[in-house]
Design a protein. Sequence first.
Length: 132
Amino acid sequence: APVIKIYIHNRHNPSITVPQISEAYAIVHTGADFLYIDEDHCRRFLLPQIASTQLQGATLTTQSSDHEIELSFSVHGRIYRSSITSAPLNVNHRPYQLVIGMSAIVQGSLVIDRNKKLYQLTLPENLQLTGI
């Protein structure tokens, strides 16, 4: 699955006076339903919690939380505001901090040609991310 660079717009940290833009990596995952962020990154960016939830996987159910995030797909690109669920992604040393699931993918198009090593995700300007 493709891993892409995204940008988190950190406007929630009271210790900074100017909005900070940080790079992160996201996997575009057709097996995921929604958007997820590594719980350590969630704490680092002080993302506001908006709800408590449970994460359920094939072998695990655990308490988690939904947060508010602002992200873009380029440094000066359109900023999307969404809810995102924190998950223990770094526990397995994954090379990405976020997961972009089907709730975003189905609004655009995803082309995967493994023979040519081509992964192209096209999202519409009016992309509606989950929540908020």
